[in-house]
Design a protein around this ligand. Sequence first.
Ligand SMILES: [Zn+2]
Length: 249
Amino acid sequence: MAGGLGRFARVWSPKSLDPALLAIAGTAIAVRFRRHAGARRLVLRLSSDGTAALVTVPKGVSRNQALDFVRRSEIWLAEHLGQRGETIRLAPGQVIPLRGLDHEIRHVASRRGTVVADPGASLIHVAGSPEHVARRLLDWLKTAARAELSRASRKYAEAMQVKYRRLSIRDQRSRWGSCSASGDLSYSWRLILAPAYVLDYVAAHEVAHLRHLNHGPAFWRMVLTHCPEASRAKKWLKLHGQSVHRVVT
Ligand SMILES: [Zn+2]
């Protein structure tokens, strides 16, 4: 009986399932599981950076069953791994990172043209007419980027006792942000795709330039004093920064 209860507890555990590592097409692929009570079936996706398989696991399905499902999908995975580095369009069914977490874009047939992110279900719902999904989602991403970069810039300007003039959001391929000698800040909207601590660090970096227009020791002292996650964020940008440029607009 105890054994039966143990099995039951494992199958129905609402806790997250331990990730696994599978060799697919000669590459070690991390398999991450996500319990989703509302899911009707097992769903397999490739993470937006192409390095992990993401499995949505419905209630009542065990980790072993989910792992078998991934093994049976080996051909699908191998094909999609081959497309690593491919561009991502802002279209239904595509997976984009938002604040560092993969979200699948879903179109909702509704007249009200709203965008709602549901990080718990890894979904972004885009309402309105289907031909406007890309435009509407891009506008929403830029608005979210502006709101969060404004908040972070205000926070650091206050902490570092500096003032900026204007803040603008752009799509710069070569840089994440910039600070002009006249005190204007500009940032890439794509920072909303990166983890929050990365967006936060870029704001700290640019705001610190309002005091030090160089990358000297005093500049870095100021950044590190106010933004303890700076090193981690720099590492992320170096390793994964290009991944957010895969999203095409
Ligand atoms: Zn700089």
